[in-house]
Design a protein around this ligand. Structure first.
Ligand SMILES: O=C(O)CCC(=O)C(=O)O
Ligand SMILES: [Fe+2]
Length: 280
């Protein structure tokens, strides 16, 4: 391990803007030419989209998709109330940043609640999403993490023009997220200027294609659990697949993804983040 190595590189965001990636943390110095996904369970291998590592697929049947999105908005309003913000039952959740403002403690009080819900709190039967993801990847998956023995989901909240988004990373740098497949399901405020960004095909890149932090990265001054990319050694062509409200983005957590700055003018982005593993 080498000393803390604050690094920054400019990269072209899919919205045509050059943004600066400001990541700090001790650099992992023993990156090899090994490919992480080649050693682990590859849930993208049997899919038509195996080469790019992601697909935007039709969502659930309209009733279930609506019930899911409405139920998740309800959970977010409840989290706001529990954090001391008495919002109405029809509060437009894309206005989250107007209620929470720039108070880091208030935002943390909300995301502490929304980052790991028990699967029993999902507003629809989890089997519906398991069937959708199984069909998308061509093998049976379950929303059950065999590494942690947990079944959870996460509501991701990214305020516009704040540093809420995580650094560019692979989930699989954290052992508990190995062998998985992820979804990004838009709940509110998810647009071509706010939705998840990723680097197509990067799930097959060797580890030495990017320099990264050993442990959790400090990104734009904010500490994250996940390691972050300090510097790429090849061009990063980030794209925003931007699933519509009736669609789901299915992606390999071995892809480089994140750095999804919310460039909406005035709408917080809320998405369902959920992981699936091989059914046994
Ligand atoms: O939605 C985001 O901005 C980040 C999502 C992510 O890192 C994940 O789903 O693993
Ligand atoms: Fe991630």
């Amino acid at each position: 391990m080498e000393p803390a190595d604050p690094a920054s590189f400019d990269y072209l965001h899919p919205n045509g803007r050059s943004l600066t990636n400001q990541v700090e943390g001790p650099r992992k110095s023993d990156a090899s030419d090994s490919i992480l996904l080649a050693q682990d369970v590859d849930l993208s291998a049997r899919a038509a989209w195996a080469a790019v590592g992601f697909a935007v697929v039709p969502g659930l049947a309209p009733t279930a998709q609506n019930q899911l999105q409405a139920g998740l908005m309800h959970l977010l309003r409840e989290a706001l109330r529990a954090a001391g913000c008495p919002v109405a039952s029809d509060f437009d959740v894309t206005r989250y940043h107007h209620v929470v403002g720039d108070d880091p403690e208030l935002h943390h009080a909300v995301i502490a609640q929304t980052k790991a819900y028990e699967l029993s709190q999902l507003p629809i039967a989890p089997a519906l999403l398991e069937a959708l993801v199984s069909a998308a990847c061509g093998q049976a998956v379950r929303a059950y993490n065999p590494h942690t023995r947990e079944a959870v989901f996460h509501l991701r909240i990214v305020r516009p023009h704040r540093s809420d988004h995580n650094p560019l990373h692979r989930d699989a740098w954290l052992p508990r997220y190995q062998d998985a497949l992820n979804i990004y399901l838009p709940v509110a405020g998810s647009t071509v200027r706010s939705s998840l960004t990723l680097v197509p095909g990067s799930h097959h890149w060797p580890e030495n294609a990017v320099e990264r932090t050993v442990g959790g990265a400090i990104y734009n001054g904010i500490p994250f659990t996940v390691p972050g990319v300090l510097r790429p050694t090849r061009p990063l062509d980030l794209i925003r697949p931007n699933p519509g409200p009736d669609e789901v983005l299915v992606f390999s957590p071995y892809l480089l993804h994140g750095a999804a700055a919310n460039l909406n003018e005035d709408a917080t982005r809320i998405s369902l983040e959920m992981r699936f593993w091989q059914a046994r």
